[in-house]
Write a protein that binds this ligand. Sequence first.
Ligand SMILES: [Zn+2]
Length: 393
Amino acid sequence: MHREVTTTVRVKLHSLTGRKARLVEREYGAFQDAVHGDDANLYSATMQQAEKVRSNKNPREDTEQPVVLRNDCITIEHDEATVLSSWWFKLPVYNPEKEKGDSIWVPVHVPEKDTHLLEDEYICDSELVSRDGEWYVHLVCKRSVAVADEYDDVLAVDMGAKWIAVSTFLSDRDTTFHGAEVRRVREHYKQLRKSIGKAKVRSGAQVIERLGDKESRTVEHKLHQVANDLIARARERNAVIVFGDMTGLRFDTGEGRYVNDKTHKMPYAKLANFLTYKAHLDGRECTPVAEYDTSVTCWRCGSQNTRRDVQGRLECHDCGLDDNADKNGALNIGQRAVGKDIQSPLSTAGAVVAQPETQVVLTGTNGEMEPANSPDNVGLTLSEGSPRLRSWE
Ligand SMILES: [Zn+2]
């Protein structure tokens, strides 16, 4: 199997001559005019991109939009022989003197770690960005990477409210809790923000803005760490990674505003992106799984006659399971990923319900069942390889 991996490489323009600086500046300004519906002269392909941005995003008047550079109009080249810079970028601009589209070669700095991406990889449409008085081009590089077809286990990931992620191996339910710090970071800044807000209104606003920046960088760093940990864990057992796809439905279970407020600010989407990207680079499949009902269904018997308590436990009134609620969610995600229907109409007395490699047989009408699923018995038939059942760490 192959998966496409997209990496954005940020290259910085430097040592621009006055003439080139003016052309870049002019192009950027003209692009802003064009996306806001004003007349402008632009490189023709860039004008088309401006029209697209205008019709798709209809950006507000007070925002700046990066100049979208069509991939067939840009080139990046390595040239050790030049003293000024070893990397050069061909930037399309409108030339007012010639009254037509033109291109200029500008010196750029490429981060050392990214240079390999630019030599033989495919560059997509990219963006010219202005930040803090500097010019950058965000080069979007797309590659196809091979991911394995067969795995020995499933690492199921639940992105929860209490932990940024909880991961469980489907074979033996070995569970790890990741990234409580993220919540702490958010709590810390939330408190700070509150106290600043109360103290001084005017300067407070500026401090809060800066805090926001710092917070998101810290959180992002933690998310990268969590994603790296998850990949390392999956690699240990040659496991495929599956994660619950956030749809916003999950916490709509009457747990109140406090929980909802927190969960919605959790950067699920970012973690999902980091995880998928890093997994694919690791040659490993990583797929989202529908998340509905995974938090309220008992992983062992499939009943939804369950209760989540404040300590983060999930209790099943049908089979008596008492387990960590996030682990329960992750196991359901894992089971769904291997094609098992996690829901079973256990409330229908007398029904015979097939659950993960075991049968739950209801007897009578009192909801008792027999035999109970053994906690040590979980079926796993994702690939031909037999699961290696060693615990992690
Ligand atoms: Zn149960």
